[in-house]
Design a protein around this ligand. Structure first.
Ligand SMILES: NC(=O)c1ccc[n+]([C@@H]2O[C@H](COP(=O)([O-])OP(=O)(O)OC[C@H]3O[C@@H](n4cnc5c(N)ncnc54)[C@H](OP(=O)(O)O)[C@@H]3O)[C@@H](O)[C@H]2O)c1
Length: 244
């Protein structure tokens, strides 16, 4: 089945998403670079891609809001045509023990990490051409079960469940749905609020002895979204240096 090589990458202004956008563009995908607030960073990613001979547009949409998913698909389709790829990458993380997690933090995790990707998968299920690809970003904290990660890990475990179920619903149309579960990757989301000591302790837990780089994850997404990944469906691939 032919893949329509236009992809929506959420949260592509920074970190892992920006690298995924650049990597897919280098493989010939036209890319909708989604962001929530950081227009300057998103425009810089788009300029990089277009200057290098690729095709990209920046699309603002706050995916924690109910209307965000449909608006993002509408704008991406208007600029680039139907999306044959969706990478649900946008996410937030703040760490607290269950007893210290307030309602605002719980709601923010659910809205951005679970409800947003769910609504985007719903749009994809309705609009994506046959033979498409959906890749969701989970996390290897699902499986590590460390204190402080409950709200975040709960949303990512939910995404892994939806990944499996949607893969069965869309399989007959040749659309694959998979997840990538990174270990610790050196981005704002991981680094913010951590002391050097904490980062060193986490690094020492990783058998390969280093934190991940965004490119370590982008390469996995590139594979899953390519023709070569075509018989992988409903899986969560843990790219984490062996930490779990
Ligand atoms: N870094 C890690 O160690 C790690 C490990 C496991 C899994 N992950 C997962 O990998 C994904 C990317 O993480 P990262 O480390 O690259 O994060 P990051 O550097 O903090 O970047 C987050 C991105 O998400 C966007 N975003 C946040 N809230 C949004 C919203 N409501 N609507 C639309 N976009 C929104 C941000 O846009 P703005 O720039 O506009 O704010 C930004 O582009 C996340 O799903 C994360 O859970 C990361």
């Amino acid at each position: 089945m032919t893949i329509t090589r236009t992809a929506i990458v959420t949260g592509a202004s920074r970190g892992i998403g920006a690298e995924i956008a650049r990597t897919l563009a280098a493989d010939g995908w036209a890319v909708a670079v989604n962001y929530a607030r950081n227009a300057t960073a998103a425009e810089a990613v788009v300029a990089d891609i277009n200057d290098g001979g690729g095709r990209a547009v920046a699309v603002r949409a706050d995916l924690s809001q109910a209307a965000g998913a449909a608006a993002l698909f509408d704008d991406a389709e208007a600029a680039l045509g139907p999306a044959g790829g969706l990478v649900n990458n946008a996410g937030v993380m703040s760490l607290n023990r269950v007893s210290e997690t307030d309602n605002a933090s719980l709601d923010a995790h659910i809205a951005t990490n679970l409800a947003g990707p769910f609504r985007l998968m719903r749009e994809a299920a309705r609009r994506m051409p046959d033979g498409g690809r959906i890749v969701n970003l989970s996390s290897s904290v699902v499986g590590l079960y460390q204190p402080g990660y409950a709200a975040y890990a709960a949303t990512k475990a939910g995404i892994e469940a939806v990944t499996k179920i949607l893969s069965k619903e869309l399989g007959p149309r040749g659309i694959t749905v998979n997840a990538v579960a990174p270990g610790p990757v050196a981005t704002d989301l991981f680094m913010d609020g951590k002391s050097e000591e904490t980062v060193d302790r986490i690094r020492s837990m990783i058998p390969l002895g280093r934190l991940g780089e965004p490119a370590d994850i982008a390469r996995v997404v590139r594979f899953l979204i390519s023709e070569e990944g075509g018989w992988i469906n409903g899986q969560t691939l843990r790219a984490n240096g062996g930490v779990v």
